[in-house]
Design a protein around this ligand. Structure first.
Ligand code: PLP
Length: 362
């Protein structure tokens, strides 16, 4: 029998979420960020569902190859930029825009021949990951403008470190305002379309929407805003992770469950065994008490999550039996809640689903 573990991808939810992004940022074009295999939902599947986007953002040239092979003709932006001069012919062949964030890339573009490539000049306004320091941007822009291998309409972008902190008193809120000011100053004298907003900024920072928004998480229905789920912003989760119970055992009071015997039964009780574990991408560090849905009703995990299995407290539904459905996250159990219990964000959970999980679409 096939393992009953599956990730159902809701195509309508993806489309709905793109619509919601457009409603929230009506004056902006939308670059749908589909890196990391569409945040674990499946690159081609997601891109087809989001074919109404104005562009796709990817992290690797191989993603762009896959999108073109799947027949998608929208503009594609390589968000981490190219690494080597040898990548440039590939960018042209695939008609991919590149982010330019580093002096070495400027040199490679200046020395290159061939059809012009569209560039998104990245400004480091305070995240200190990728981008030119504000004081270096004018010169980088001037060099790009002169390079024959660079298309005329150079675009300007930056990335926020803490736009998920919507509370005005949160330290990250001040940082986002500072990043916006720094970007405005740098961009004031330069032509070209502007892009600042990731998903959290689409949801919470309308003043940062500018010409292009670049949401990832929101398209999958996932919020990274503390204490809020995608549903709080009118988004729908695009993934339901589910499995079934494969055993229900009655365990005696005082017995301990699972590896390292971390959880002790406080009374004689039914314990369900669900066919999912960290080998499927469910986080091993989700503690006892993290909820799952058995037959649509909440039941807490007990003991350690193991590679193929997890154990759940069925005291609230002693009638549950092998074969009954178990949902790990989805519309009725937000992935954000599981992520909070496991000390991470929803993106990491959906990105971590492994290949042995069956993907289905509805
Ligand atoms: C440059 C850039 N833009 C946009 C995004 C999308 O971020 P989010 O999924 O939070 O919207 C990312 C993702 O990390 C990114 O690196």
């Amino acid at each position: 029998m096939a393992r009953p573990t599956s990730a159902t991808i809701h195509i309508d939810a993806l489309r709905h979420n793109l619509g919601q992004v457009r409603r929230l940022a009506p004056a902006s074009r939308v670059m749908a960020v589909v890196k990391a295999d569409g945040y674990g939902h499946g690159l081609e599947r997601v891109a087809r569902a989001l074919s109404g986007a104005d562009a796709f953002g990817v992290a690797a040239l191989s993603d762009a190859e896959r999108l073109r092979a799947a027949g998608l003709s929208q503009p594609i932006v390589l968000l981490s930029g190219f690494d080597a001069a040898e990548d440039l012919p590939k960018l042209r062949e695939l008609n991919v825009d590149t982010v330019v964030h580093h002096a070495a890339q400027l040199e490679m573009l200046e020395q290159a021949d061939g059809d012009p490539i569209r560039c998104w000049l990245k400004v480091d306004t305070g995240m200190h990951r990728l981008g030119f320091a504000p004081e270096a941007v004018a010169q980088a822009h001037a060099r790009l403008s002169k390079a024959k291998s660079v298309a005329g309409d150079i675009r300007l972008m930056t990335h926020f470190a803490s736009s998920d902190e919507l509370d005005e008193l949160a330290p990250g809120n001040r940082q986002t305002r500072a990043q916006m000011r720094a970007f405005e100053q740098v961009a004031a004298d330069l032509p070209g379309a502007r892009s600042l907003a990731n998903a959290a900024a689409v949801l919470g920072w309308p003043a940062a929407h500018a010409d292009w928004v670049r949401p990832g998480g929101a398209l999958y229905g996932i919020s990274v805003v503390d204490g809020k789920t995608g549903a709080d912003f009118g988004l729908k989760p695009a993934m339901t992770l589910s499995t079934r119970l494969i055993a229900v055992n009655r365990i005696r009071k005082g017995e301990r469950i699972g590896y390292s015997a971390t959880w002790e039964c406080p009374e004689d009780m039914p314990v369900g065994v669900a066919a999912i574990g960290y080998g499927d991408g469910y986080p091993r560090h989700a503690p006892a008490g993290t909820p799952v849905l058995v037959n649509g009703r909440r039941a807490p995990i007990v003991g350690r999550v193991s590679m193929d299995l997890m154990t759940v407290d069925l005291r609230a539904q002693p009638e549950a039996k092998p074969g009954d459905p178990v949902v790990l996250w989805g519309e009725a159990l937000p992935v954000e809640e599981i992520a909070a219990a496991a000390g991470t964000i929803g993106y990491e959970l959906t990105c971590s689903i492994t290949r042995r999980v069956r993907f289905v679409e509805d």
